[in-house]
Design a protein around this ligand. Structure first.
Ligand SMILES: Cc1cc2nc3c(=O)[nH]c(=O)nc-3n(C[C@H](O)[C@H](O)[C@H](O)COP(=O)(O)OP(=O)(O)OC[C@H]3O[C@@H](n4cnc5c(N)ncnc54)[C@H](O)[C@@H]3O)c2cc1C
Length: 263
């Protein structure tokens, strides 16, 4: 059965870049940093493309955010092989917390006939991991998180949910929302042809009103949580010197690792 797959992607600041936060509302100054497609979202996109290659169908990339979300995040997904994009963009969304983002995405996705909605398991900036399960809740769909393997069998989707010491096998009827974990696959590089054709692929641009989103439930004012302050982390680097004069360096080292709860 051909699959209609949506994959939600977020534009995030380059992990290696220094970030600047607006001193007034502590939102990220996204223009000051190089933006990229979220690394875990790349894994979700790859998973969506593999499912399409196995079953047929179409992959729609969905992103909420300013212009850069389309240019940096969605377009990379299109160049990897997604077929079309939906870009939700509106100044009213500025400062939305994870719940507000999930609500906004649910309004975009509700009523569209997707069999699967894939997300990354976490963004690499705010990293709340709240959006995928909240999205499932808003849509009233099963939410299968931390997926390391995703397979489709008839009308059901099955995942391997990663655990510290192994994995659970979980199944749900489609449609369903899946949070795809780091390492589920090795994302492909966009081909030259993929990059060339990405710009010509259809993009549906929506504002808050067009998506039927209640503006009072998004943005800084509509969010239920608020960042009150930020502080840089003190450097955690510490140097210890272990001498081996008594031939007991291995014991001292093991004691140190135990004291610091590494072992
Ligand atoms: C310093 C700082 C601290 C913050 N702290 C919090 C906080 O404590 N609580 C809070 O609720 N918000 C917080 N935010 C806001 C947060 O950046 C947004 O809520 C964010 O858009 C969604 O949360 P997330 O990045 O944690 O997503 P996650 O839930 O970690 O993202 C998981 C997946 O959801 C999908 N997804 C997430 N965002 C989008 C999007 N915009 N478009 C399409 N798909 C998406 C992607 O597939 C992504 O991989 C903070 C922001 C800043 C700058």
């Amino acid at each position: 059965m051909p699959l209609a797959i949506a994959v939600c992607v977020k534009r995030v600041p380059d992990t290696a870049a220094d970030k600047i936060l607006d001193p007034d509302d502590f939102t990220l100054d996204r223009d000051s940093v190089e933006a990229i497609l979220g690394p875990v979202d790349e894994v979700a996109v790859e998973e969506a493309l593999r499912l399409k290659e196995a079953h047929g169908g179409e992959v729609t990339v969905v992103t909420a955010g300013p212009e850069g979300a389309l240019v940096k995040a969605a377009r990379k997904a299109l160049s990897m092989g997604c077929d079309r994009a939906i870009h939700l963009t509106d100044p009213a969304l500025h400062g939305s917390d994870a719940l507000a983002v999930a609500y906004a995405l649910s309004m975009v996705l509700a009523g569209r006939p997707f069999d699967l909605i894939l997300c990354g398991s976490e963004s690499t900036d705010a990293r709340t991991s709240l959006v995928p399960p909240a999205l499932a809740e808003f849509l009233g769909l099963p939410g299968l998180m931390a997926a390391k393997v995703v397979t489709v069998d008839g009308a059901a989707v099955r995942i391997h949910r990663e655990r510290d010491n192994g994995y659970d096998v979980i199944e749900a009827a489609m449609p369903a929302v899946i949070g795809v974990n780091w390492g589920a696959n090795e994302p492909r590089y966009p081909s030259f042809k993929g990059i060339q054709t990405a710009k010509g692929k259809p993009v549906e641009v929506l504002g808050v009103a067009e998506a039927g989103i209640d503006a009072a439930r998004v943005g800084l004012e509509g969010s239920q949580s608020r960042v009150l302050g930020v502080a840089a982390r003190a450097s955690a680097r510490r140097t210890i010197v272990v001498d081996n004069k008594a031939g007991d360096a291995h014991i001292k080292l093991a004691d140190f690792l135990q004291e610091e709860h590494f072992i």
